[in-house]
Design a protein around this ligand. Structure first.
Ligand code: SF4
Ligand code: SF4
Length: 127
């Protein structure tokens, strides 16, 4: 009896489409709960470092002086904590398909945000 069950399953799998996809030749499936990957709008980042301090896997490095934001995608566990903590909401999860990484490398983004110049305070008594 078990033999017939096994044979039935084997024949069924021969005629059905495979349950898996040929990733990375085919794009990974995207669903409503797909997390995607962390992306930054570098024109809004204020180099506060909150994302770096919050990241549980030390995947992000923010260099205030050099004006760089770096992410090591092989360290990122896609928890989304950095996105939630960013005070200016310049981090978001992008669900667009990207090719898989084949070598370890850190992605560096130059922060282009320019701090607005504070207008000089008026001296008292002057018009
Ligand atoms: S998603 Fe999580 S692990 Fe990935 S960079 Fe953000 S805080 Fe770090
Ligand atoms: S990405 Fe957001 S949390 Fe990270 S340094 Fe820039 S402003 Fe701060």
């Amino acid at each position: 009896m078990a033999f017939f069950e096994m044979a039935k399953t084997a024949i069924k799998t021969l005629v059905q489409r495979p349950a898996t996809i040929r990733y990375p030749a085919e794009s990974a499936k995207k669903t409503e709960i797909s997390r995607g990957h962390v992306t930054i709008d570098e024109s809004r980042c204020i180099s506060c470092g909150s994302c770096q301090r919050t990241c549980p896997s030390q995947a992000i490095v923010v260099e205030k002086e050099a004006k760089t934001w770096q992410i090591d995608r092989l360290r990122c566990v896609v928890c989304r904590a950095c996105v939630d903590v960013c005070p200016v909401k310049c981090l978001f999860m992008d669900t667009q398909y990207t090719a898989p990484m084949v070598t370890r490398s850190t992605e560096t983004v130059m922060i282009t945000y320019v701090k607005p110049v504070k207008p000089p305070e008026k001296e008292e008594g002057k018009a």
